[in-house]
Structures are given as structure tokens and as C-alpha cells.
Design a protein around this ligand. Sequence first.
Ligand code: GAR
Length: 210
Amino acid sequence: MKNIVILISGRGSNMQAIVEAGIPGARIAAVISNRADAAGLAWAAARGIATEALDHTAYPDRPAFDSALAAVIDRHQADLVVLAGFMRILTPDFTSHYAGRMINVHPSLLPAFSGLHTHQRAIDAGCAVAGATVHFVTAELDHGPIVAQGVVPVLPDDSAASLAERVLRIEHRLYPQAVRWFVEDRLHINGHRVEVRDVEPAARALVALD
Ligand code: GAR
């Protein structure tokens, strides 16, 4: 059984998708937020999942918050840390502590559009497709080895909000699948590339063009 600790900052719909996937061999050990009022915390607590809130504004600096956060995560004996809309820049000490056992979902087809406002930037760039990326987390923001990507169209009338909704739907398929592969020990990092053992290579690319 692998312990999964999920970090959120808000709604937590990706966290919900992972919980509801009921992944065999995975135990959701805790859901942790840097915001006590994150809607996802209440959702998880109502389902009997351990929840913790660590208010980043109560800490003097980023390293102090990150080391307090790591202490809480480690108390839950995490085998895998899942960032699910956790809107914090992480210190290199934190990312190296969880090297190879922390993943993130980012709402763009990395390496395009790392950082914020991804959907508007994809629209402004005239992209025909957009999507989401699940990747291992390294010290460089949104640049770790890619586990899987999901592709959706950008439609002529899209606003950032309508595109975000379409991308989110594919995130909800992509992220539980990536967690499942981790739990099944299928993910192997070779340099900057991830090998997913014993699955169809095309399974790393989800496409939803309708
Ligand atoms: C998701 O779209 C996720 O990709 C994004 O925040 C949203 C969280 O939604 N994450 C980032 O932008 C991280 N850089 P959720 O709270 O409903 O899962």
C-alpha cells in the first residue's frame, strides 16, 4: 500500500478525481492546504480523509514554510506527494527532498506556457491545441520530467475560462492515471525522460478533440 499526500490551495477538483478513482494499492493519507478555507479541505474531511491546513502567511519566509510543510507531509509517511492546484513556488531543498516522489499537474502543454495565466496565453498565441501536463517536480518551476499530457482544442470563441474548463476535464482523466502508474511502480525517470513500463506508449498522450 502506498501513502499518497495531496497538496491543494483551493477547489481541489483534481484531488477529488484522484480520490474518486479509488486506485488499488493507494491510500490517501492526507490532504494538506496552505489555505484553511480551501473548498477541497472540507470535501476531503467530509469523506473521512485526514486534512491539515498550514497558513503560509504565518511563516517568516519560504524556507520556513516549506520545512514546516515537509514535516507534516513526512508525518503522514508519504510515498508520493501529489500537487493538485497547490499554488506555491517551492524551495530547492523541498523539491530535492521529494525528488522522484512528487508530481504536479500544470494546465498547459509543457514546455509551453509554464507559470501563470496559461489559458489566456495559449489563446493569445493563436494555439490550435492546449492541454495539461503531469510531471515530476524538480527545482525548476514547471520543468520536471513529463509523465503524461492531455490535448484539447482551442476553439475560436474560447475565453480563458471556457478553455480552462475543457483543460480541467482532461486533467481529471490524466492525473488519476498518472498516480495509478506511480502506485504500480511503472514510472522510471531516465534523465529528463519518463518511461512508463508495460503500457502502450500512446497511453501517455490523451487526446480529446471533440
Ligand atoms: C488546475 O487547472 C491545475 O492544473 C492548476 O490549478 C487548477 C487547480 O484546480 N494548477 C496550476 O496552475 C499549477 N501551476 P483544482 O483545485 O480544481 O484541482
